[in-house]
Write a protein that binds this ligand. Structure first.
Ligand code: ADP
Length: 398
């Protein structure tokens, strides 16, 4: 059985085709630059590849190209789309409407589109891709939607409510939603498996650290708090996002620069974070290299990031009345022994003891704490596409 996983953005359509018998990737790629030209990069599991410029005025043409690269030419892996049992889509914002994975109907697509105000960059493109996919796929191919917010949808009120007037929650749905839920759900379940325990008996702090970063407190298998908020801007300092800032500083800076709300949103999302603080780069590798050479602003970024992560671990340990395990995932979490070591050092008040030799690892499921450590610390590579494919399969098998 083959499942196609689609992650659509405003100008890109990333995909993976998975064989669910062995959960291996048959093909993956990206139809990019939608609306501003067009480019396809495609790879097959057996090493064939294609890079080509195309013309993608809309998501529909990008989807047609996706079908073409899967079914014809150098990157052909299937004879026709009829071989695909279902398509699973990653959707960023499900708000209070979608609390779990569900099958796609016209009504579901319209609802996702109607949530665009809460996720302007993501939900409308998702709806465009869902409609394009329906147009291009053989009639009756089931499609499922898996929401980044769903894993956090059982957070208690004390974690999701802001201290704004309650009417803003009631009238405008202003609250914490949290994101990266698919990743936190996948890695926390993987960790429970490795520990040989039931997820329902564990208190886990899950640190997803990438270009976008979030930390989630997973208690008894439920996300009880998470660092991202109303949008993916809240919480930790990120590649180009500022993370949590005193709201008054935002209105102050807006006035100083004469920014409109949209300009300020752009400033906080694209010009802040590692990039804005360092003035060098949004990429952790560049920051690390510059910090090693003595660049003070790069050093400030590293300090800021690791200090904030430490504080989240401490606060979530308090929120859960303990912590059994801490896991690191995402580009930085999986690949930066330096960040992990800085986070886990001087944490003996929690009984954390890092195994420095084991921590010297990249991208592999690894225990990085000593056997004596009271908290088990792990690197757990994430795989959101696999979870989306599993969810889709489970839904169509019902
Ligand atoms: P996204 O959030 O866009 O999915 P990723 O999870 O791919 O991003 O994470 C990207 C980040 O991971 C970048 O800051 C990058 O520098 C960092 N990263 C990737 N590989 C390494 C590495 N070997 N060492 C340190 N940082 C790394």
């Amino acid at each position: 059985m083959k499942i196609l996983v689609v992650n659509a953005g405003s100008s890109s359509l990333k995909y993976q085709l998975l064989n669910m018998e062995n959960e291996e990737v048959i093909a993956k790629g990206n139809c990019d630059r939608i609306g501003i030209g067009g480019h396809v990069s495609a790879k097959t599991g057996d090493g064939r590849a294609l890079e080509a410029d195309c013309d993608f005025p809309t998501h529909t043409e990008a989807f047609e190209k996706l079908v073409e690269v899967l079914t014809t030419g150098e990157t052909k892996v299937i004879d026709s789309m009829a071989e695909i049992s279902a398509v699973g889509h990653r959707i960023v914002q499900g708000a209070e409407v979608f609390k779990e994975t569900c099958l796609v109907t016209d009504e579901v697509i319209d609802k996702i589109d109607s949530l665009a105000e809460l996720a302007p960059v993501h939900n409308h493109p998702h709806a465009l891709a869902l409609r394009a996919c329906k147009k291009v796929l053989p009639e009756g191919t089931p499609q499922a939607v898996v929401f980044d917010t769903a894993f956090h949808s059982n957070m208690p009120r004390k974690a999701y409510l802001f201290g704004l007037p309650y009417e803003d929650y009631e009238n405008y749905a202003v609250r914490k939603y949290g994101f990266h839920g698919t990743s936190h759900r996948f890695v926390s379940a993987e960790l429970a498996k490795v520990l040989g325990k039931d997820l329902k008996d564990l208190k886990i702090v899950s640190c997803h650290l990438g270009n976008g970063s979030s930390i989630t407190a997973v208690k008894d298998g439920i996300s009880v708090d998470t660092s991202m908020g109303f949008t993916p801007l809240d919480g930790l300092v990120m590649g180009t996002r500022c993370g949590a800032v005193d709201p008054s500083a935002i209105t102050f800076v807006m006035k100083k620069h004469g920014f409109t709300p949209d300009e300020m949103t752009d400033y906080m999302n694209k010009k802040s974070g590692f990039l804005g603080v360092s003035g060098i780069s949004s990429d952790n590798r560049d920051i690390q290299a510059a910090a090693d050479k003595g660049n003070e602003r790069a050093q400030a970024v590293s300090e800021l990031l690791t200090y904030q992560i430490k504080k989240y671990i401490g606060s979530y340990a308090a929120a859960m009345n303990g912590v059994d395990a801490i896991l690191f995932t995402g580009g930085i979490g999986e690949n930066s022994p330096e960040v992990r070591a800085a986070v886990l050092s001087d944490m003996d008040f929690l009984g954390i003891e890092l195994d420095a030799a084991a921590n010297n690892v990249r991208g592999k499921l690894t225990k990085i704490s000593t056997d004596a450590s009271k908290v088990a610390c792990y690197v757990v590579p994430t795989n959101e596409e696999l979870l989306i494919a599993r969810d889709t399969l489970a839904l169509i098998s019902k």
